[in-house]
Ligand binder design. Structure first.
Ligand code: TYD
Ligand code: MG
Length: 454
């Protein structure tokens, strides 16, 4: 087999046979580096030359006991993990630099260790003294966590093999260096090899491994997405700079529901759990103002109330601006188009700004009606009824569609002092004491009822 050089883009992982200044797949500049071809020749020799052993096959009804999970006693973290840490699992925690990953994992290490797990924390970015100082500042110095500062993966694996911890935290995967791969730490091949070694170690030795990964500016785990495929669980730690809220979101979980979130607040004494996120996201809200709408959403398994804020103003530019924070911009374009086509309410020549307060990112289609209501409320300069929440999916025809977990949405709103809900008309709307519901068939009916124009 010929050994052609392979060139890999460090941003998206695409491979080419020629070097180029710009990657064809993701258009990133100067991201392509040469890589040694992977071990395909040696593995094909093994396949060609030697017969493998027979693997054990089992029937589907073989009894399997659920994994014994260990809880960290940080409820927000345990829930995102699907109820605690599963032995031999590999977890990737991604997030922007400086968002608080090291803080979160140091606190988690201390909690798991105090709860009886033998825990090792390896920092490849900070010196042990720095991590120790942080632990002391966070009041964790008595937790039985063992600390190491190292980037050489061979040494780390040997240490883990001898110490046999139940949990190993590697901060971060981009700083790890495998001496059999000759490219720089942080490159695709280094990150891929290091992640592969560590996940195989987790599977074979029964140690749970948590890998920290930095995210590039467009939200991908730097280097390879392949790391995401190797691990059992992928968590993202996100939040807005300047906001103290941090959200830990499960985007993949082989041992629990994906899309579960845990909410934390960054304080001077580290991350504090937020047990009631709705209260937090609505905390800065005053009385009903034009452009502001409270949406009753579902994040993972629990309802969360958030405020959508819209601003609509005549545009001084030939092309009006559409600016969105915390919501999908193409979904906004769709809602503007439906408002224009089905209700005859034009937004041409108007700048539109839409923001989800508190730094949460909402991805549910159930927020369509809340977005439409916020846009209309801002455009008409008319506030929604005091104490109302809004939810419902919008179709291109302008019809309103029912969404899942209506009852949970209503209950959460009631709990936080809201008194009425604006929602799609349903065959059987659940009754929640203290919540009046108004259901609408389509957007035109909703606009007529709430804003008195069609
Ligand atoms: P860090 O955990 O180092 O981020 P990452 O590992 O994701 O790069 O967190 C860095 C930020 O967190 C830093 O800007 C300071 C802030 N911080 C607090 O506000 N309070 C604290 O108790 C700690 C430890 C950090
Ligand atoms: Mg860090």
């Amino acid at each position: 087999m010929s050994k052609k050089p392979v060139f890999v883009c460090n941003a998206c992982g695409a491979t080419t046979s020629k070097w180029a200044g710009q990657c064809d797949s993701c258009n990133e500049w100067n991201s392509i580096t040469e890589e040694k071809p992977l071990t395909s020749s040696s593995s094909s020799k093994a396949i060609g030359g030697k017969r493998g052993g027979k693997i054990t096959l089992t029937a589907l009804d073989t009894k399997e006991t659920p994994p014994a999970r260990t809880r960290s006693l940080m409820d927000e973290l345990d829930r995102v993990l699907g109820g605690g840490l599963v032995p031999s699992s590999a977890i990737l925690v991604g997030g922007d630099p400086g968002i608080g990953k090291s803080t979160l994992l140091l606190q988690a290490a201390a909690m798991f260790a105090s709860n009886g797990l033998k825990t090792i924390y390896i920092s490849g970015e900070e010196a042990s003294a720095q991590v120790r100082m942080r632990a002391q500042r966070l009041g964790l110095k008595d937790a039985p966590v063992m600390l190491g500062a190292e980037t050489n993966l061979r040494d780390i694996l040997t240490t883990l093999e001898e110490e046999k911890p139940q949990l190993a935290i590697i901060d971060s995967i981009q700083t790890m260096w495998v001496d059999t791969v000759d490219s720089a730490p942080g490159s695709v091949s280094q990150v891929r090899s290091a992640a592969h070694e560590l996940t195989s170690f987790a599977k074979s030795k029964g140690t749970s491994v948590i890998l920290v990964g930095h995210v590039t500016k467009d939200g991908q785990i730097a280097g390879p997405r392949v790391v995401e495929h190797m691990v059992d669980t992928v968590l993202y730690f996100e939040g807005e700079r300047g906001h103290q809220f941090r959200i830990l979101r499960a985007v993949k979980n082989r041992f629990g529901p994906a899309d579960e979130i845990g909410v934390f607040e960054m304080t001077g004494a580290g991350l504090q759990e937020v047990r009631n996120p709705s209260a937090l996201f609505l905390s800065e809200r005053g009385t009903a103002t034009p452009g502001s709408v409270v949406f009753s959403g579902i994040e993972g398994t629990r309802p969360v109330l958030v405020e959508f804020q819209a601003l609509v103003a005549p545009s001084p530019h030939s092309q009006a601006r559409r600016t969105v924070v915390g919501w999908d911009s193409s979904r906004l374009a769709m809602i503007l188009a439906v408002l224009e086509a089905r209700c005859g309410i034009p937004f041409a020549g108007l700048d539109v700004y839409l923001n989800v307060a508190g730094g949460l990112k909402v991805s549910e289609p159930a927020a369509d009606l809340a977005v439409a209501a916020a846009l209309l409320s801002a455009r008409e300069d008319a506030a929604l009824p005091e104490g109302a929440i809004v939810f419902g999916e919008l179709s291109l025809s302008g019809a309103l569609r029912n969404v899942s977990q209506t009852e949970n949405r209503l209950k959460e709103a009631q709990k936080l002092g809201f008194t009425s809900a604006i929602m799609p008309k349903g065959k059987k709307t659940p009754k929640v004491a203290g919540m009046a519901t108004s259901g609408y068939e389509d957007l035109t009916e909703f606009v007529g009822a709430i804003f008195g124009a069609g």
